[in-house]
Design a protein around this ligand. Structure first.
Ligand SMILES: C[S@@+](CC[C@H](N)C(=O)[O-])C[C@H]1O[C@@H](n2cnc3c(N)ncnc32)[C@H](O)[C@@H]1O
Ligand code: SF4
Length: 285
């Protein structure tokens, strides 16, 4: 579904990872989400998270959840933000999309083991294969006693994750707005759903997120345009120097993706009052 695992790159050493975190912090970054690949595969993850917290960076994690049950006690003390557990549908759909039987069950066991030790959220990518299950996913989050955040899949050229048809996205967006109104624990802003339904325009501010690949290269301007193919090493050039010399003007009318991690901060940074209100009062759609 995502193309990034196909990249052939070595993991950096623990020291190098820490150096990246230090450089990010020194360049003004205040929050980080460890994504991967799969972050829980790294044995030194607790040490990296501990360093992140010590800077201090607001620290979150995005995981497939299969190792969460066995590793939650090691990581929980250093996650000040959220452990996002990706579930791309109900059991059969998720296992089929991820290509591993039993991974839904393991993710649920992980969530159950972790939710009283650290803040846990469901993280669902809406694709053609699971768009009919968005309501089930929201109800599942409620039953688990956690929140959910949803995003529409981007069709990377070398990934097998077809996005739903526009009409299907519009129907799902309407369902999600209604569920949010009813008080279901949906983290997205209502305006995100309006954006994906094409009821609302937005201006991307890709500079609000700095991505760094596993090899320590900056992924500019965003991972949709870059797909982790090229970039400046953070060890050679300063992060601020690289980001400030990039021609962001070229990107200002881009609406190529509808990824929530770019749309939501862009709405907030555009002083979209409705989005601000949504963050302050999450269930008053
Ligand atoms: C790339 S994964 C890496 C972290 C971790 N291994 C996991 O499974 O969550 C992070 C998130 O990207 C989402 N994702 C994968 N393919 C995508 C696509 N084509 N468009 C948008 N999001 C995608 C996944 O559903 C997952 O929630
Ligand atoms: S809309 Fe998506 S693809 Fe375009 S600049 Fe923003 S994040 Fe990148």
């Amino acid at each position: 579904m995502c193309p990034f695992w196909r990249r052939s790159s070595e993991n950096l050493s623990t020291q190098k990872e820490k150096e990246i975190l230090r450089r990010l912090y020194d360049s003004g970054v205040c929050a980080i989400g460890f994504e991967g690949g799969e972050p829980l595969l790294r044995k030194d993850l607790p040490e990296i998270l501990a360093y992140s917290r010590s800077l201090p960076l607001h620290t979150s994690l995005i995981t497939n959840g299969t190792l969460l049950k066995s590793r939650v006690d090691e990581i929980a003390p250093f996650v000040s933000g959220i452990v996002f557990v990706s579930l791309d549908g109900m059991e059969k759909t998720h296992d089929r999309i991820r290509g591993v039987n039993g991974c839904f069950k393991r993710a649920i066991e992980g969530i159950t083991a972790a939710k009283n030790k650290v803040s846990v959220n469901l993280n669902t990518t809406i694709m053609a294969e699971n768009v009919h299950e968005v309501e089930d996913m929201v109800r599942l989050a409620k039953d688990l006693g956690i929140k959910i955040v949803l995003s529409v899949a981007h069709e990377y050229h070398d990934a097998d994750a077809p996005a739903p048809q526009t009409s299907e996205i519009q129907k799902a967006a309407q369902q999600l707005i209604e569920l949010k109104k009813k008080g279901y624990p949906i983290m997205n802003s209502t305006n995100y759903f309006r954006v994906i339904a094409k009821e609302k325009g937005w201006k991307c501010k890709p500079w609000s997120i700095i991505n760094i690949g596993t090899d320590g290269r900056l992924v500019l301007p965003c991972y949709v345009h870059n797909q982790y193919e090229t970039g400046v090493s953070v060890f050679e050039n300063g992060i601020r120097a690289a980001t400030s010399s990039f021609d962001w003007e070229v990107m200002q009318d881009c609406v190529k993706c509808n990824l929530h991690c770019y749309v939501e901060p862009s709405l907030v940074l555009s002083w979209d009052l409705r989005s601000w209100a949504d963050w302050i009062f999450p269930n008053k759609a």
